[in-house]
Design a protein around this ligand. Structure first.
Ligand code: SF4
Length: 228
């Protein structure tokens, strides 16, 4: 597959920072959150509250540092070896010739989400959206993150090719989970995204996990009144 570095987008939205929630933006009059928050929400909603509403800083874990280093190395190699294109150009050219891109930015003002896809394969017959994760376990939280990328890509591109979401073991070629982005999956992820909007607009409570094992490994356990 030809490597294409997506550096331009035809649409640029005016963004405003939310006055009280760190990381939340307001785009086209609607709250817009990073898709990576789906991963946090699946782990424990109260983490979102502590980090983004209470603005509590937590130490970076060795896993996070290691993950960022691998990510950066792969991105640097990719940039050296790939041609620069716009999002719209690669959507069009991939209808006849498959391409691979990394760090593809996607945004959907309609659903209030945005983020960077680790790797995307655009083939004439389908789109494959890949998120790199440590380990080989497909958690609901990580699956939801990929599903939200699929939704944002679909909304942003308007492309009608089949889309698949996949999780890959970081630093390897091992796609350990892959799922077609069907209508049912789309409906389910929209529901979860609505829930997160509900947390930040105050219509839903941030629910702490009931799983003590999660608290044990949580970066916020020393600042959390619900830690078990
Ligand atoms: S300590 Fe437990 S309840 Fe508190 S934020 Fe962490 S995982 Fe959630």
């Amino acid at each position: 597959m030809e490597q294409k570095n997506i550096t331009q987008y035809s649409i640029n939205y005016e963004t405003k920072q939310h006055p009280s929630v760190k990381g939340l933006q307001i785009i086209e009059g609607k709250n817009n959150f990073p898709i990576s928050w789906l991963n946090k929400q699946g782990y424990c909603e109260y983490q979102l509250y502590l980090e983004h509403v209470k603005n509590i800083k937590s130490p970076t874990t060795p896993e996070m540092t290691h993950g960022s280093e691998i990510h950066k190395q792969l991105e640097d190699i990719f940039k050296q070896e790939s041609a620069q294109v716009s999002f719209e150009e690669v959507i069009e050219s991939s209808k006849s010739e498959a391409s691979m891109s990394r760090e593809c930015f996607v945004i959907s003002p309609k659903y209030g989400i945005r983020g960077h896809i680790d790797e995307i394969w655009m083939k004439p017959e389908e789109i494959v959206i890949i998120d790199d994760k440590p380990g080989r376990t497909p958690y609901k939280s990580t699956m939801n993150q990929v599903r939200a990328y699929c939704l944002a890509f679909k909304d942003m591109s308007g492309d009608d090719r089949k889309i698949k979401g996949a999780l890959r073991e970081r630093g390897t070629e091992n796609l350990f989970w892959i799922e077609p982005f069907t209508e049912d999956v789309e409906k389910e992820i929209k529901f979860t995204i609505d829930r997160i909007h509900g947390l930040f607009n105050g219509s839903k409570p941030f629910m702490p996990t009931k799983n003590p094992k999660k608290c044990h490994s949580c970066r916020f356990k020393h600042d959390c009144e619900h830690a078990q």
